[in-house]
Design a protein. Structure first.
Ligand SMILES: Cc1cc2nc3c(=O)[nH]c(=O)nc-3n(C[C@H](O)[C@H](O)[C@H](O)COP(=O)(O)OP(=O)(O)OC[C@H]3O[C@@H](n4cnc5c(N)ncnc54)[C@H](O)[C@@H]3O)c2cc1C
Length: 415
């Protein structure tokens, strides 16, 4: 059976390990951290087949420019003279079209539904416990403008076979009997779900180790030794390793390794923040996106996690408390009874979403190499698409027919 090395122990890397291990491969995961933090841990945990419209869409750039003028807004591009950022921005702009949205909807839907099916299977098998809940998602809105946009999104979703219901403020309140909700209305996606991401990651690590997967934490991959169109050795700061196949699942940092193979992978880190209120006396029942604020609220057992902000900031990991204040200020607009205090900086989690410029993931082989696969670029949906990604990568590595057409995810699509 094949010996596979997976670089990166985020949700993409671990689900790849999961399906390859199930297929009988000898799997090693190499992770530079300790597998207790990173983008796959403190996120909002939403499993969202409803998200079929990519971030690169008409109107997004104009909205982004408006948001840039406020220090507490949910979107920001850190201005800097950086050729990678300029290239990424130009590609984002090029793809913010109706034609791109139309092309992306069926592929995002298919990978999302594949992933959700796999999550359901996993929850049923009960090999790992990750807090799986199928309660749907509420897209809460307050303004007339947002109501119009959401009606359109609901029509698009229903047209693509994803159920969406437009609800009045009263109907939303009826779904949330324990907490006051002050909104004009919402779109309810009953097919969405949520998990506790920190628990998913911890359980995956535990399960994989028990199944014999080698997980080398505190190992940084520094180089890839290549010969005759193959990666022969993966060089880490603690020795080198040989594999039949290598998977690059290093999130926002993937370009560092693909560059060594001569492949430019347009990518920006989309920094976001979260903080979690433990032991809520009264909690919401259904995860929600507070639309105008672009902030999220996810119930996780008795806790409630708020998340938000997308700062296009390369791989800068600093915490900007003004953006966090923006999230805090939006909460009582939607949930007037919740008086949430500003968290201390050390209570704020931050993560870098690996954002491709067209809003589609990179899943596929690296050109010119017979034994390297890339799995990254999932932006705001990496957890949602984790099992689907792992399954598709395992099929590529094993030379099996793919569960869906992955052409739209080709890493080389930007040339
Ligand atoms: C605030 C916020 C909220 C979010 N909410 C949701 C949500 O509700 N639903 C959803 O689906 N998604 C959500 N996301 C997005 C999701 O978290 C990401 O898309 C996903 O975690 C990316 O997973 P990944 O495995 O590709 O990358 P990562 O989790 O970043 O993993 C990559 C790993 O590679 C390691 N690495 C990098 N370079 C090297 C190297 N040279 N050697 C060894 N290891 C290396 C890194 O340490 C890291 O652990 C959210 C993100 C944020 C920030």
């Amino acid at each position: 059976m094949k010996k596979v090395g997976i670089v990166g122990g985020g949700v993409s890397g671990l689900f790849t390990a999961f399906y390859l291990c199930k297929a009988g491969c000898e799997v090693t995961v190499i992770e530079r951290g300790q597998l207790d933090d990173g983008c796959s841990f403190g996120n909002a945990g939403m499993i969202v087949p409803s998200h079929i419209i990519p971030l690169a869409q008409p109107g997004m750039i104009a909205r982004g420019i408006k948001w840039m003028l406020s220090s507490t807004s949910p979107f920001y591009v850190k201005p800097r003279l950086d050729w990678e950022l300029v290239k990424w921005g130009a590609l984002f702009w090029k793809h913010s079209t109706d034609a791109h949205v139309k092309r992306s909807i069926p592929v995002l839907r298919d990978i999302s539904l594949l992933s959700k099916d796999l999550y359901q299977e996993l929850a049923m098998q009960a090999e790992i416990d990750f807090g799986w809940q199928e309660k749907g998602l509420l897209m809460l809105f307050k303004s007339e403008q947002a109501a119009l946009e959401m009606q359109h999104e609901a029509d698009v979703a229903n047209g693509a076979g994803i159920e969406a219901q437009v609800l009045s403020g009263k109907e939303v309140q009826a779904l949330e009997p324990d907490v006051e909700v002050d909104v004009r209305g919402a779109v309810y996606y009953p097919g969405d779900a949520h998990i506790v991401p920190n628990q998913l990651m911890k359980e995956l690590v535990r399960y994989l180790r028990r199944q014999g997967v080698k997980i080398l934490d505190n190992h940084t991959v520094q180089d890839l030794e290549v010969r005759n169109g193959k990666v022969e050795s993966v060089i880490t700061d603690s020795g080198s390793y040989q594999f039949d196949e290598v998977v690059i699942a290093t999130g926002a940092w993937a370009p560092v390794l693909t560059r060594k193979l001569g492949m430019a992978l347009p990518m920006q880190g989309g920094k976001g923040y979260s903080f979690t209120l433990p032991r809520m006396a009264k909690n919401i029942k259904i995860p929600a996106i507070m639309l105008e604020a672009r902030a999220t609220a996810t119930p996780m057992d008795s806790s409630l996690r708020f998340a938000g902000t997308l700062e296009v900031a390369g791989t800068d990991m600093s915490v900007n408390m003004n953006r966090v204040r923006g999230i805090v200020q939006s909460i009582s607009n939607y949930y007037p009874g919740m008086k949430v205090a500003m968290p201390q900086a050390e209570e704020v989690w931050r993560g870098l979403r690996p954002c491709s410029p067209d809003g589609l993931p990179y899943i596929g082989r690296v050109d010119g190499y017979t034994n390297v696969v890339v799995a990254t670029g999932h932006g705001m949906m990496g957890v949602s698409l984790g099992p689907g990604t792992g399954k598709l990568v395992s099929e590529l590595v094993l030379g099996q027919p793919a569960s869906m057409d992955c052409q739209a995810f080709e890493p080389r699509r930007f040339g």
